[in-house]
Design a protein around this ligand. Structure first.
Ligand SMILES: Cc1cc2nc3c(=O)[nH]c(=O)nc-3n(C[C@H](O)[C@H](O)[C@H](O)COP(=O)(O)O)c2cc1C
Ligand code: SF4
Ligand code: SF4
Ligand code: SF4
Ligand code: FES
Length: 595
């Protein structure tokens, strides 16, 4: 029996900010103070606030410490663990109020979250199957195998209202039903852990922080559809997730929770890991299966759907990591418990990677139906440096940008689609007044254009043409009619592309031409970037009321672009100016500004 548990986050974020040293120093200090038998040291998965890592939490009271460095450990052990005096300086401070918050559960970032998928992330040692079981793990599998028929499991999942978290939001129980009804003895269940969206790390964190929840979800799905084999397709750039998955698979096999005759019920199920090379298109299900088969990961037309003809021609079912991590909870606690959270058509929670110009960036899990405003201001702690909110991009590269008047929109599948965005897999990028919306559309389109596999012409050529137009506009070379052309091309690419990549690639462009038309017009008609972000459209100008005519800037300018008499206002010849900024540094009167 230990009097205290000290949890050190060992997710990828905290590892890169030095948690290994913190962990090693803690081990040493505990031993130096002969506390090894009183205080238990545990490494956990990600808490979501990776930016403030390494994170250390001391239980039973839940005192949390952020940005802990190796050199802080001695003080932590001596003050908190020996003398019972928590170390204030390492505690969290709310971004706007600056209020110090000692306990993890009182921090606003966590208070408004509902952690169902992330229930164990940050609480248990992901490398210990015993800790997973102690938190109710494998209870869902044991109930499914002993109390439910295959069809009853599918009914339970249908009743829970769970929809796929990988992007399209298809009802999981219905999809399982298709695979179950497909004729054939050999079937596969596949976990899609390709996670190609830029900036997304939801699936990685689940696999690193709670790998057994995904394995258990797959075993339940395998039983339901009649599969005896499964694959986890995970990108090779996720070495920690792969390492923990391998350990978890070994441990589950060791306890008879995977393999032959699971829990004595006659159900056989084995799981393999397939490492992907990290191409975005390999997340598309037919491309993913081709990749597992050892072929080039390229989509093929559907039908036939994977449920009829999937991996090696056998009926197969593909689900996202987060979808699968919800399944054990549905089986252990019942569909009713799961569908009590969320909205009419969007049940449960959704994990988002919250990034951009927001104070608390990180991973958050929120109940479906929460307002965008609550995510940004309560959980996210508001916009950095108190700047004005401009837009939010939801749904990753296939998603859309929503303007300020949509800030009260509930986050659910239907509301987002109606507003021109999508739930996607969970990217949420917050933009402030200084973000150029045309440039954002260009950024996402560039990503999808580069990742297009090139198999079909509309996606391969159409996205290229659209990107060229966007690049021209941001460089001040836009032409009248460009927006109409973008819209025409965008709808053509959406309608005629073979797979989801092309069918959704124009979304960021189409949502921004719809909601931010004025900003496109300013670039094209006035050659002006209202956000002051497109460097080609910026001009350096001298403010008449501030210039003292000291001539310092004239000497600094390599282009002889500045003229003016001594003690009189100077001017910049815009045709000569190369926007090097050298003049700004010389002006003591802050008379030269970008506009
Ligand atoms: C280009 C492209 C990339 C995709 N990438 C992923 C991915 O990384 N992870 C994922 O789960 N689904 C991804 N999807 C969606 C999957 O093809 C599939 O719909 C999903 O894995 C099904 O699981 P779900 O029903 O649990 O959402 C992608 C789709 C497309 C078109
Ligand atoms: S839509 Fe794009 S990514 Fe999909 S098959 Fe066609 S070229 Fe490839
Ligand atoms: S350095 Fe500043 S104050 Fe002096 S001439 Fe140039 S702009 Fe005017
Ligand atoms: S930005 Fe550079 S080129 Fe332009 S006026 Fe200033 S010093 Fe001259
Ligand atoms: S990795 Fe430690 S909080 Fe995310």
């Amino acid at each position: 029996m230990y009097r205290s548990h000290v949890l050190v986050c060992s997710g990828t974020g905290c590892t890169s900010s030095g948690c290994v040293e913190v962990q090693e120093n803690l081990e040493k200090e505990l031993s130096n103070n002969k506390l090894e038998n009183e205080v238990k040291l545990i490494q956990t998965g990600c808490h979501g606030l990776c930016e403030l890592g390494p994170i250390v939490i001391v239980y039973p009271e839940g005192t949390s410490y952020f940005r802990v460095e190796g050199k802080d450990v001695k003080e932590l052990v001596e003050e908190h663990l020996l003398k019972g005096r928590p170390v204030d300086r390492l505690m969290y401070k709310e971004p706007i109020s600056e209020e110090q918050v000692p306990y993890y559960n009182d921090i606003n970032f966590y208070k408004k979250q509902s952690r169902i998928v992330l229930r164990n992330c940050g609480y248990i040692d992901p490398e210990s199957i015993e800790e997973y079981i102690a938190r109710g793990g494998y209870d869902g599998l044991s109930r499914a195998l002993s109390e439910f028929s295959q069809d009853e499991v599918i009914e339970e999942v249908k009743e829970s209202g769970l929809r796929g978290r990988g992007g399209a939001g298809f009802p999981t129980g219905v999809k399982w039903g298709f695979a179950r009804q497909a004729p054939g003895d050999k079937k596969y269940i596949i976990c899609n852990a390709d996670e190609g969206d830029p900036g997304a790390f939801m699936d990685r964190s689940i696999l690193e922080g709670d790998p057994h929840s995904v394995i258990e979800g797959m075993a339940i799905g395998g039983y339901a559809i009649g599969a005896d084999e499964g694959y986890i397709y995970v990108r090779a750039e996720y070495p920690l997730a792969i390492k923990r998955l391998r350990k978890a698979l070994e441990a589950a096999e060791g306890l008879g929770l995977l393999g032959e005759n699971i829990l004595g019920t006659g159900f056989n199920f084995k799981l393999k890991i397939k490492e992907g090379a990290g191409a975005f298109v390999c997340g598309e299900e037919t491309a993913l299966m081709a990749s597992i088969e050892g072929n080039r990961g390229m989509p093929r037309p559907r039908p036939p759907f994977p449920a009829q003809k999937g991996l090696w021609g056998k009926p197969s079912n593909i689900n996202n990591v987060e979808t699968l991590a919800c399944v054990p909870v549905i089986l252990s606690e019942g569909a009713g418990s799961f569908n009590s959270v969320g909205t009419e058509n969007s049940k449960g929670t959704k994990v988002f990677a919250l990034t951009g110009k927001i104070n608390n960036t990180g991973l958050v899990e929120v109940p479906m139906g929460i307002k965008i405003k609550d995510i940004i201001y309560t959980i996210g702690g508001g916009i950095q440096e108190d700047k004005a909110f401009k837009a939010v991009q939801i749904g990753g590269p296939s998603g859309g940008c929503l303007p300020e008047d949509k800030i009260d929109l509930p986050v659910d599948y239907d509301s987002l689609t109606q507003a021109g965005a999508i739930m996607g897999s969970g990217g949420l990028v917050v933009m402030d007044e200084e973000t150029c919306i045309v440039d954002v559309a260009r950024f996402f389109l560039k990503f999808t254009q580069t990742e297009s596999c090139g198999k079909c012409t509309p996606c391969r050529e159409g996205t290229k043409r659209m990107l060229e137009i966007l690049e021209r506009i941001t460089q001040g070379e836009g032409k009248e009619g460009d927006v109409e052309l973008l819209e025409e091309l965008g709808s053509m690419v959406k309608e005629t592309s073979l797979c989801g990549l092309g069918q959704t690639a124009p979304n960021p462009v189409l949502s921004t031409t719809k909601h931010f038309r004025d900003e496109y017009n300013a670039h094209i008609l006035d050659r002006r970037c209202p956000a002051g972000a497109c460097s080609d459209l910026l001009i350096y100008k001298i403010l008449e009321d501030k210039c003292k005519g000291c001539t310092k800037c004239v000497k600094a300018c390599p282009q002889d672009a500045i003229t003016g008499e001594k003690k009189e206002v100077h001017v910049i010849d815009q045709d000569k100016c190369i926007k090097c900024g050298a003049c700004v540094d010389q002006c003591k009167f802050e008379a030269i500004v970008l506009g």
